[in-house]
Design a protein around this ligand. Structure first.
Ligand code: DGP
Length: 136
């Protein structure tokens, strides 16, 4: 995809601090990290979101992400690590080439440790579970 910055990184047309590369997957440091060592894992093939990503690409990314998670955790002396993937603008996706974030975490790093959960009204949890099951 010519306009995609991550495709340009894959092709070597844009620089990156590369951590790992194989036939299917590439990993490099995020240019705007939550914390130093924040790393992205992406498939080389251009897919926008989790919804389109073929299973074999997902599996390849997950295998690499697990290895790199351990290295990032050790290499940054982190106290924790978030594995995050954003889909579409309302969920915080800014680059339209699917990517998995590995974010090393440190005490009081001002990212987050819990999100603002909203309990369901009576009966709604079961109703919504049924609706989602109907969409498989
Ligand atoms: P997201 O919001 O989930 O789409 O995350 C996009 C991330 O990509 C964001 O944390 C910053 C990073 N990013 C954007 N442009 C570049 C770039 O040119 N190089 C690198 N290394 N990272 C980038």
């Amino acid at each position: 995809m010519p306009d995609c910055i991550f495709c340009q990184i894959i092709k070597g047309q844009l620089p990156s601090a590369k951590i790992y590369e194989d036939e299917r997957v590439i990993s490099f440091l995020d240019i705007n990290p939550v914390n130093p060592g924040h790393t992205l894992v992406i498939p080389k093939a251009h897919y926008k979101t989790i919804f389109e990503l073929p299973e074999e690409e997902l599996i390849a990314c997950m295998k690499v992400a697990q290895k790199i998670a351990g290295a990032v955790f050790k290499g940054t002396n982190a106290a924790g690590l978030n594995f995050i993937q954003n889909n579409l603008r309302p969920a915080g996706q800014h680059v339209d080439h699917i990517h998995f974030h590995l974010i090393p975490r440190f005490p009081q790093d001002n990212f987050y440790t819990s999100w603002p959960g909203k309990p369901y009204p009576q009966g709604e949890l079961e109703k919504l579970a049924k609706k989602i099951i109907g969409c498989f």
